[in-house]
Design a protein around this ligand. Sequence first.
Ligand SMILES: *Cc1c(COP(=O)(O)O)cnc(C)c1O
Length: 349
Amino acid sequence: MEIRPVRHSKLAEVDFDTLEFGKYVADHMLVCDYADGEWQQPMIVPYSNLSLNPATLALHYGQTVFEGMKAFRMTDGRINIFRMDKHYDRFARSLHRMCMAIPPADIFTEGLTRLVELDRGWVPNQPGAALYLRPFVYASEAKFGVKISEQYRFVIFTGPVPELYTSPIKVKVETNYVRAARGGTGFAKCGGNYGAAYYPTKLAREEGYEQVLWTDAKEHKYIEESGMMNAMFVINDKLVTPPVSDSILDGVTRDSLLTLASALGYETEERPVALAELEAAFRSGTLTEAFGAGTAAVVAPIKTIHINGTDHNLPVYTNASVHRVIKDKLNRIRTGIDGDIYGWNHVIE
Ligand SMILES: *Cc1c(COP(=O)(O)O)cnc(C)c1O
């Protein structure tokens, strides 16, 4: 793989004690083009702007897909790319749904590994902080008719991010707008899903809620996701989450937390969660936790859920709360304190 290193690293300009999410990018990026029916040679080059023809198809018709993953500094100083294979599989499923060319697994795996190796100095040492990895593909063909692009560009860039600790948030159950419907693109990490979610989220913020809890598009009876995270609940001491579907994204964090919760002895259930069930569980006091699960924050605890005109409050969380216990276990595996019996860590020597 051709590597063109930077002449001057920007690493010294970054204060790792005051990181902000999305503010800094590391020195290099991977670029690989698809043309004439095949993927060309990937290259690692200095991070720079992309030059786009105004007719670039991705800008008009939305053929764009991304992933969001992280590399962690382990306690022994080595670096771990977390669950690379599962992220690749989802990337491929998203691209397939959007009729886009899929970078081969070896270009993804090799490319990401070489990129992180080269920019290893950018992986933070601070507990909970990480190097965020952003692979994406966009339709790069320049032609202004509506069509499936015949050219694509695959890019990976990275940037150091702090531990995203979110204090418990207020969420509003959304029963008018939808994020995803059966048969749609909800399971894919395609750009359009995010842009379309902004407006209902903005309205919820104006009413004093930080996020929306999405419900199913057909009946608005069942919980789907929490903002751009998977929704999880503790009801009757069981960890309960809606099953993945074509409208619920198959989150890597969700999967990891379910696995760890079972291993730690909690009962887990993947089944539909009705609004009526949540209301009843609030009344009986059996709903003890609600949180979002995703790569950026691991867990985003919820303190209030607004359902059909009523604010319901959750109990105050403690270090014994299930979401904190399983988050802690996940961090211990990722940093190598506890053994990686699941084969989740891709360790760079
Ligand atoms: C990315 C994402 C998630 C979380 O997935 P992770 O793999 O855990 O980061 C959940 N829901 C939506 C809609 C997402 O885009």
